[in-house]
Design a protein around this ligand. Structure first.
Ligand code: AMP
Length: 515
């Protein structure tokens, strides 16, 4: 692992990777703890190169706040990052980031509607300071993906908006709040708390938990949910509540009633320590992501799981076929990537998932039903060329995410759990040894009257394909850190399907994202 304190050093290091590797950024203020570690672990698992920035940003502290006493622990931070597989730490000084003594700097001002409520109401200038420095870090590092914690939900919403508004080609990924066993959200500021205060501080999460239970019992009204939380908070007078609010998770505007989702957020102090916490109240059906090497039985299992659970099978292959059809019919050269990106951006692709396993996904392009045509041999022969184009992939991933927004889908691929739906409730990594996959393939070939290849040759072919799939620059095959590995070597298709269904039921019982 390398440590950089200067921009040229870091940029030169990253230049070697930039053209064909994904770069993850985890911005932090150091004093790394379990919460940061979960962001870093995900970054390391999901991207090829991970940079952790450590900078205690003076712009986001008011003069009355704890900037000078904010914990700093570069040595242990360095050890943790090295242990977690971080490629580089960026620990610049304020001067390096150009905010030394001068107040004459270009600031990034997020929309007032996002900064005026919640913490913004009590920390004037805070989010402007965050946005200014995060924009600088984004421009210096130009990451492919950046990771932020849901614990700072207002910050997350502001950064998402910033990336959209400034057209930054960076994907923002949110990570669930990591908690102590007591439920207390892990925070660098927790070390200011005495043992007794730490115990008292758990009232915050306990109150959120009560609201969550009530939400799951059907409560959707602001007044009722806030009253439940307030009543419970009142039990610990040492907690001086600054705000308690129910807002829309993206617009951050107060809501009277939860329709799709609500962010229930609390801030306050115990002793001298300011604490924040929140929970998203959202009822959505799960997304099941099934990844794994070729020949592990993914597509059969995925269809069966969808059928048995009454979920939708999202046929991503049909989308790539649709684009291939569009390109072939437009007369464009298949290698004209920029023109294809433009064509696809202007096209309307409608994917209507099959309502039963016997039916196929209906695909319409610009209103024309192309369901059958996309399955023709001419299209089949060209799909992989189109699917290898970055811009096509990006646009289709966006479409897939839109389709999965309210959940209830099962999707299979190579990078569904790591890239397309990194927030999927259930991630399965379906695999089998190369020998077993070779045996299955041989059986299929023989059944089709196409024997004549040895088991050893097939095994070798499969190993080669695994290597290529794991090392391709676009959408490499990788197991998500939180994916459950299912080895299908000695399992029948029915057994594998049942296993996944059991895992799904288990998650459902735990309500996936309970606190
Ligand atoms: P900070 O160092 O406090 O600026 O935090 C750096 C990143 O870690 C931010 O994106 C935070 O939201 C995230 N983070 C801090 N605490 C936690 C936690 N307990 N769980 C998950 N993410 C966290």
């Amino acid at each position: 692992m390398q440590i950089f304190t200067t921009i040229p050093g870091l940029r030169t290091f990253l230049a070697d990777y930039r053209h064909d590797r994904s770069i993850a950024l985890v911005p932090t203020m150091g004093a790394l703890h379990k919460g940061h570690a979960s962001l870093i672990r995900r970054a390391v698992a999901e991207a090829e190169i991970t940079v952790v920035s450590i900078f205690v940003n003076p712009l986001q502290f008011a003069p009355t706040e704890d900037f000078s006493r904010y914990p700093r622990s570069l040595d242990s931070d360095r050890q943790l990052c090295a242990y977690l597989g971080v490629a580089a730490i960026f620990a610049p000084s304020a001067e390096t980031l150009g905010i030394g003594d001068s107040e004459e700097i270009t600031a990034v001002i997020p929309p007032i509607s996002l900064t005026s409520g919640l913490c913004g109401a009590f920390r004037p200038g805070h989010f402007q300071g965050v946005a200014t420095i995060v924009t600088r870090l984004f421009n210096i590092i130009a990451p492919t993906i950046a990771y932020f914690g849901e614990k700072d939900a207002q910050q997350l919403a502001i950064i998402r908006q910033l990336v959209r508004d400034l057209n930054l080609a960076i994907e923002i990924r949110a990570c669930a709040t990591v908690r102590e066993t007591s439920g207390l959200a892990v925070s660098s500021r927790n070390q200011y708390l005495s043992t007794a205060e730490r115990e008292k501080a758990t009232i915050i999460v306990k109150s959120l938990q009560l609201a969550l239970e009530s939400f799951h019992l059907g409560e959707r009204q602001r007044e009722k949910l806030l009253a439940i939380v307030q009543k419970n908070l009142d039990r610990v007078p040492e907690f001086r509540c600054q705000y308690l609010d129910l807002v829309h998770p993206q617009s951050l505007q107060p809501i009277e009633q939860i329709e799709t989702g609500g962010l229930l957020a609390i801030a306050g102090s115990i002793g001298q320590t300011r604490l924040i916490d929140n929970i998203i109240l959202r009822q959505r059906r799960a997304v099941i992501a099934i990844d794994g090497p070729a020949g592990a039985g993914k597509s059969t299992v995925t269809r069966l799981v969808a059928e048995k659970l009454g979920l939708t099978y999202l046929d991503t292959g049909a989308m790539y076929r649709a684009v291939t059809w569009l390109v072939v019919n437009s007369g464009l050269d298949l290698s004209a990537e920029a023109a294809i990106a433009e064509l696809l951006s202007l096209a309307k692709i409608a994917i209507i998932p099959a309502d039963s396993p016997e039916n196929v996904t209906i695909v319409k392009i610009n209103g024309q039903d192309v369901t059958l045509e996309i399955r023709s041999p001419a299209i089949t022969a060209q799909v992989s060329r189109i699917a290898a184009q970055k811009a096509v992939r990006q646009q289709l991933v966006t479409l897939q995410r839109q389709m999965g927004m309210s959940g209830g889908i099962v999707v299979e691929g190579r990078d569904i759990g790591t890239n397309v739906f990194p927030e999927a409730e259930l991630k399965i990594f379906l695999t089998a040894t190369p020998e077993e996959r070779a045996r299955r393939r041989l059986k299929d070939l023989e059944a089709q009257g196409n024997g004549g290849i040895s088991l050893a040759e097939l095994t070798q072919e499969i190993e080669k394909r695994d290597y290529l799939d794991s090392n391709r620059s676009l959408a490499p095959l990788r197991k998500a850190a939180d994916a459950i590995k299912v080895n299908t070597d000695h399992l029948s298709i029915t057994e594998v399907t049942e296993k996944i269904i059991a895992l799904y039921r288990q998650g459902e019982e735990n309500q996936w994202r309970s606190l």
